[in-house]
Design a binder for this molecule. Structure first.
Ligand code: BTN
Length: 330
């Protein structure tokens, strides 16, 4: 089965019809989708490949238990008019890879309902089940070389936090360089990939993943404490916002940072980043390959580099393979 089948108009129409969570008879589906019962049956069988559970009850028809909160390309596009071009796909390898394959990914956005090869930082896999989370990538061009983009990934973390705060969520923090945490559990992550001239025009593809309603059956594959936004909405008793509203707001915040970063640089975001920094002034381990450095985390400098106090000496760590773990964190 080619992935293109999932992008076909008939598959999309069947998905959106059944996304309401109500029963639809085979006859009704055939009529509304303008296809034979056999063709409907074939499509329903394909739902399983996306991990969608179809309930079938004799005399009632088919339903998706709980329904689906599907992304709506035209609704998201309408919020961003000519500023961005939005593409929503049912399934693809990775939204970052999709944009990196385009000849001109600037101001292009790729959103996916699921990723078969979602990528995290440091070669990790990003678990990407269907219609449960946000998988978003945006392409942006910059002049002035890669050095001018130091700290961009931290500023993107600030943009994601602004979007989540706007949704009413509190108790969020940023773990250097850009993990989005809620009470020390991972809520989202950022993967920025860059190409171009080290001293001239550079292209960045900014990928953001946010867990929204992912089920706990994925915990084993994730292998670290994590949380989904809908659980936070319940815990904090705030109104749930749908993925379309969330992603539209996220793109607005990303656009704002990306369109001003070249002029402003990281110094414009440092205070806000520090305000939400995890482990600030706590003892942490920094991993650099097989080497571990222990010290007190003092936050970041005006370029976004990590500051570590080792026995009174301030050491500076830039990006790459450095990762940070609170020594006294649970
Ligand atoms: C991390 O390891 O914390 C970064 C995770 C980044 C995941 C997002 S999901 C959208 C985009 N596409 C990918 O393949 N990865 C990023």
């Amino acid at each position: 089965m080619s992935l293109d089948f999932f992008e076909s108009a008939s598959f999309g129409a069947a998905l959106s019809l059944l996304s309401d969570g109500e029963f639809h008879s085979g006859e009704e589906l055939g009529e509304r989708l303008n296809m034979s019962r056999a063709a409907v049956w074939k499509i329903l069988k394909k739902f399983k490949q996306l991990g969608i559970d179809i309930v079938s009850v004799k005399g009632k028809g088919y339903r998706i238990k709980g329904g689906l909160d599907l992304l709506d390309e035209s609704q998201i596009q309408a919020k961003h008019k000519a500023a961005l071009t939005i593409k929503v796909l049912t399934q693809l390898d990775s939204t970052n890879s999709y944009l990196l394959r385009l000849e001109h990914p600037e101001k292009q956005v790729c959103l996916a309902e699921s990723q078969t090869a979602g990528r995290g930082r440091r070669g990790r896999t990003w678990v990407s089940p269907f219609a449960q989370n946000i998988y978003a990538s945006i392409g942006w061009g910059f002049e002035g070389g890669i050095a001018a983009l130091e700290g961009l990934s931290l500023a993107i973390g600030v943009a994601v936090l602004r979007c989540l705060h706007r949704a009413g969520v509190s108790d969020l923090s940023l773990k250097w360089p850009n993990d989005i945490l809620y009470k020390n559990k991972k809520l989202g992550g950022i993967l920025i990939e860059m190409s171009g001239d080290p001293s001239g025009y550079c292209l960045s593809v900014v990928g953001v993943g946010i867990n929204v309603s992912m089920g706990h059956c994925y915990s084993e594959s994730i292998g670290q404490p994590w949380v989904a936004l809908n659980d936070i909405f319940i815990e904090q008793a705030i109104p749930v916002i749908g993925r379309n509203e969330l992603v539209s707001s996220l793109l607005g915040e990303l656009r704002l940072v990306l369109s001003t970063y070249q002029q402003e640089g990281f110094s414009a975001y440092r205070c806000e980043w520090m305000k939400f920094a995890s482990y600030l002034n706590e003892v942490v381990d920094i991993y650099i390959g097989n080497n571990i450095q222990t010290g007190i985390f003092r936050g970041v400098d005006s370029s976004g580099a990590l500051l570590l106090d080792i026995d009174g000496d301030e050491r500076i760590f830039h990006g790459g393979e450095v990762s940070l773990r609170g020594v006294y964190a649970s």
